[in-house]
Design a protein around this ligand. Structure first.
Ligand SMILES: [Zn+2]
Length: 448
């Protein structure tokens, strides 16, 4: 079996090539916007939908009339139309499945960097024997830093320019599934804000908080940007500096996430995780004017921390890595009271504040790190669900209270607007805190 994957490489176009690439991107943006406008117009006047084939015929006519369009590669222009149709398709599917009025795709605006990508199918690119990337509409081979080998011949390439001024080529390849040899280990994973990952075997990985680590540098560069005159060269420079700062945070986070998920998949046969609602967890608590929300600043800080760990990315990485390496990923129901239940006797507490880092059971006297207790419950639920072949939930699902937040825990008292401000020292009881960083998980395992 093969899995589709994108292999991303840093590319270094010359100034001339960069100009040509940007030109291609601009044309693709124009094609997207024209096709978008046409679709909307025909829908509103004639009440029918214009599909990909028809839009491409319009493109052919437009190309025959305009030299500017002909200068660009037809391949990526058709690709822009394909993307537009796919975006419409996704919207309609989302509307069907959720019943919500999901907004339609909009035009690609010049502001922002969303349009600074250009996609080529098999016809639009070639790999140079001496390692360069040849693209239609771009003169000469673009230098690629081949940081790793290609597993198969790519079926498509997309070239992007990010806000920090870096060019990347993402090559669409097929990776063969390579099941890893069984380790005989199963693990429950609790994703959290204080401890990013808590494992049922007692390992705790603290939240590295990449964003907060660079908060000061980011604030400084943003101040400089705010002071710079509009349209000045210094402003452009300051803008780049802010973007570089954000890119650093993003890169560090992604690196950390990949290391964490790879370690989990390598070391365990069965991985049980919770089905977290990231969108709800990071939703604003502002409320409406009639019904203002409570603890808004505090929830905002919590949201930042939730997004800084990147639960969603960790989940999707676990999904594809589990299928790539033949591991069993089990997703446990979102409403499982994993934090409040005792992993020893099953007794459920009614209240458990987020500041309580240790779980103590009133019934059996169990004392355990809060998140490890939750991870043990997730593991138990994940293993139980597989025994129930009918797909029924083994544990009863508690009804959702009206107005209940997706964050299943009680909100913490706001501490001077900063949700990260010092809260008592972490209590280590009933377990050994084996490692603080992922790199040390394996070493810690061998030691103990
Ligand atoms: Zn108990």
């Amino acid at each position: 079996m093969f899995v589709q994957a994108g292999y991303r490489y840093r590319v270094y176009p010359t100034d001339e090539q960069a100009m040509m690439l940007l030109n291609q991107m601009g044309i693709c943006r124009w094609v997207w916007n024209e096709a978008h406008a046409l679709r909307q117009r025909v829908w509103h006047t004639e009440g029918r939908s214009v599909g990909y084939a028809q839009l491409c015929r319009h493109l052919t006519v437009a190309r025959s009339e305009s030299e500017w369009l002909r200068a660009g590669s037809v391949d990526c222009q058709q690709q822009a139309i394909r993307e537009l149709c796919a975006a419409y398709g996704r919207t309609f599917t989302a509307r069907m499945t959720t019943g919500r009025k999901v907004p339609l795709p909009g035009p690609r605006r010049k502001r922002g960097s969303g349009w600074k990508t250009v996609r080529y199918t098999r016809n639009g690119y070639r790999l140079d024997p001496d390692g360069g990337l040849l693209l239609a509409g771009v003169k000469g081979g673009i230098i690629v830093r081949w940081s790793r080998g290609l597993p198969s011949h790519p079926t498509g390439v997309s070239v992007t320019l990010d806000a920090a001024g870096r060019w990347h080529a993402s090559l669409c390849v097929e990776v063969k599934e390579t099941p890893l040899s069984p380790t005989g280990r199963t693990v429950g994973v609790d994703l959290g804000v204080k401890a990013a990952l808590a494992l049922s075997d007692g390992a705790v990985i603290e939240n590295p908080r990449h964003l907060r680590r660079r908060e000061r540098a980011l604030a400084r560069s943003q101040r400089t940007l705010a002071r710079a005159c509009k349209g000045s060269k210094n402003r452009a420079k300051a803008k780049m500096k802010v973007a570089r700062c954000h890119a650093q945070v993003r890169d560090a986070r992604r690196d950390w996430q990949h290391k964490a998920t790879t370690a989990l998949v390598r070391e365990n046969d069965v991985i049980c995780v919770e089905d977290l609602n990231v969108k709800g967890m990071s939703a604003t608590a502002k409320g409406t004017i009639e019904q203002p929300g409570r603890n808004v600043a505090q929830k905002a800080g919590l949201n930042r921390a939730v997004l800084d760990v990147g639960f969603g990315t960790i989940r999707s990485q676990l999904v594809y890595k589990a299928s790539l390496y033949g591991r069993d990923l089990r997703v446990v129901d979102r409403w499982l009271p994993s934090s409040k239940t005792c992993s020893g006797c099953g007794h459920a507490r009614t209240k458990l504040a987020l500041s309580e880092r240790t779980y103590t059971c009133d019934r059996c006297g169990l004392v355990l790190h809060r998140d490890i207790n939750a991870a043990l419950n997730i593991l138990a639920a994940g293993l139980a669900e597989s025994q129930n072949a009918c797909g029924e939930h083994v544990r009863p699902r508690p009804p959702r209270r009206p107005g209940q937040r997706s964050m299943k825990q009680e909100t913490r008292r706001a501490t001077a607007g900063n949700p990260f401000s010092k809260e008592g020292e972490e209590v280590n009881s009933g377990h050994s805190k084996r490692s603080a960083s992922i790199g040390r998980i394996a070493a810690a395992r061998q030691a103990g």
